[in-house]
Design a binder for this molecule. Structure first.
Ligand SMILES: C[S@@+](CC[C@H](N)C(=O)[O-])C[C@H]1O[C@@H](n2cnc3c(N)ncnc32)[C@H](O)[C@@H]1O
Length: 263
C-alpha cells in the first residue's frame, strides 16, 4: 500500500464514512426545507402558512442577501400576487426607506413584472422622530431621535450602484409634513416601515384614503415584543373604526391590510 493512501479497513476511515452516511438525511432535509415558516405567536389574526411566489424567489436568490428572505419573500410575493397579478390599479409607495434595502427590491420587482407602475419613496432622510409613550422605552442607541438616518444621496447612490431606475418620486420630509399632493392617487400597494407609533399613524393618515379597493398596505413591526411595539398599536388605533378593523394576516413581523370596497 502506498504511503498516505487509505482503505476501508482502517478504523478512522470507517468512522468518517459512517458519520457522513448518518448525516445524509439531515443534509437532505436542510437543502429542501422551504423558506416558509409559521408566523410568530403574536401574529394571531390568521395563521397563514405562507408560500413564496416562485418567480419572486428566483429574483430574490439573485439579488437579495439570504438573511432578508423571510420578510422580503412575503412582502414581494404579496405585491406580485395580490396587486400585480390582479391588476389592482395604482402606485407602489414605501414610507420609511432608510438606505433603500427594500426599495431597490421593489424597483427590481416592478421593473421585471409591471414596469409601467409608478413607485414613490418617502423618508425624512434625517432619521426617526422622537418616541411617544406608545413606543415603549428605547433599547438600542440607534433607535432614538435621529437614529436610522440615511441621507437622500446615500439612498440614490444605492440605485445607481445597482444600475436601477430611480423611484418615480423621492419625497423628503416627515410623512405628515409632506404635501398631500405628493402622495399619488390611486395607490395599489403601500409599505409602512417608519418604526414608531406616530410614524405609522401618519403613514395611514396620508395614504389610506387613496388606496384602491383590494389594494394592500403592509406594515413592518406588527409585534408587541419587538423593539417597536408602537407600530402595532398605531395599526390597531387607526383601523378600529374602519371597515377593515385590523390586519387580515401577518407573517414574520409584517401585518397585511387589504383595503375594503367603499360603500
Ligand atoms: C426601519 S427604517 C426603514 C427600513 C427600510 N424600509 C428597509 O427595509 O430597508 C425606518 C426609516 O423610516 C424613516 N422614518 C421614520 N419615521 C418617519 C417619519 N415620521 N417621517 C419620515 N421618515 C420617517 C427613518 O428616517 C428611517 O429611514
Amino acid at each position: 500500500m502506498a504511503a498516505g493512501s487509505y482503505t476501508w479497513r482502517q478504523p478512522q476511515v470507517r468512522h468518517w464514512c459512517s458519520l457522513a452516511l448518518a448525516m445524509l438525511p439531515l443534509l437532505r432535509q436542510c437543502s429542501s426545507r422551504p423558506i416558509v415558516q409559521k408566523p410568530i405567536s403574536e401574529c394571531e389574526p390568521s395563521h397563514t402558512n405562507f408560500t413564496a411566489d416562485s418567480e419572486v424567489e428566483t429574483e430574490l436568490r439573485h439579488y437579495a442577501p439570504r438573511k432578508w428572505h423571510g420578510k422580503l419573500d412575503y412582502l414581494l410575493s404579496t405585491l406580485k400576487r395580490r396587486v400585480v397579478d390582479r391588476r389592482i390599479p395604482g402606485a407602489v409607495v414605501e414610507l420609511g426607506t432608510f438606505e433603500g434595502q427594500t426599495s431597490h427590491m421593489f424597483r427590481r420587482l416592478i421593473d421585471k413584472f409591471d414596469p409601467g407602475r409608478p413607485f414613490h419613496c418617502y423618508d425624512s432622510f434625517q432619521g426617526l422622530p422622537s418616541r411617544r409613550p406608545e413606543d415603549s422605552k428605547q433599547v438600542r442607541k440607534e433607535d432614538g431621535e435621529g437614529g436610522m438616518r440615511a441621507g437622500r444621496d446615500e439612498f440614490i447612490e444605492r440605485f445607481k450602484r445597482e444600475r436601477l431606475r430611480l423611484p418615480d418620486g423621492i419625497h423628503e420630509g416627515f410623512f405628515a409634513d409632506i404635501a398631500a399632493s405628493e402622495y399619488p392617487s390611486p395607490i395599489a400597494f403601500a409599505y409602512f416601515d417608519g418604526d414608531l407609533y406616530s410614524s405609522i399613524l401618519d403613514s395611514f393618515k396620508m395614504v389610506y384614503h387613496k388606496m384602491s379597493p383590494g389594494g394592500v398596505i403592509m406594515v413592518h413591526d406588527y409585534t408587541t415584543e419587538g423593539l417597536f411595539p408602537g407600530a402595532k398599536k398605531a395599526i390597531e388605533d387607526f383601523l378600529r373604526d374602519k371597515p377593515e378593523h385590523g390586519v387580515l394576516e401577518c407573517y414574520s413581523i409584517i401585518g397585511m391590510v387589504v383595503k375594503a370596497e367603499s360603500k
